[in-house]
Design a protein. Structure first.
Length: 116
């Protein structure tokens, strides 16, 4: 069965939609908010890859996964969700979407030659 959602990299113009999804999700925390991405980027210069899953027809968000690429000198980089926080990972409407977000993250890690 074909999923009725697509996953893409979120853009700055998605910030409000992203935050609205975070604010209504029962398992979210403040570090899931878009502003954490901006803080991590500014303070540590880490590249962030924020994945958003959307219903195919309505484009309504149905899941998110915030990721940061941490690359120390001379060692392999790592793609992590919500660095410097005690909780990370996807927020999703169901397990199928959460699994798909994690699979997309694995693909991104492979393309970056990073651990996940």
């Amino acid at each position: 069965m074909t999923p009725n959602f697509t996953i893409r990299l979120a853009k700055k113009s998605d910030a409000r939609t992203w935050n609205n999804y975070v604010e209504r999700h029962p398992h979210s925390g403040p570090y899931h908010l878009w502003e954490w991405k901006e803080a991590v980027t500014k303070a540590y210069n880490h590249r962030c890859y924020y994945l958003i899953a959307e219903e195919t027809k309505s484009r309504k968000p149905v899941g998110i996964l915030p990721l940061s690429y941490i690359k120390p000198l001379f060692i392999k980089g790592e793609l992590v969700s919500l660095p410097f926080c005690d909780y990370g990972g996807p927020l999703a409407d169901n397990e199928e979407i959460a699994t798909a977000l994690c699979q997309k993250a694995r693909g991104k890690a492979v393309s970056l030659k990073a651990d996940l």
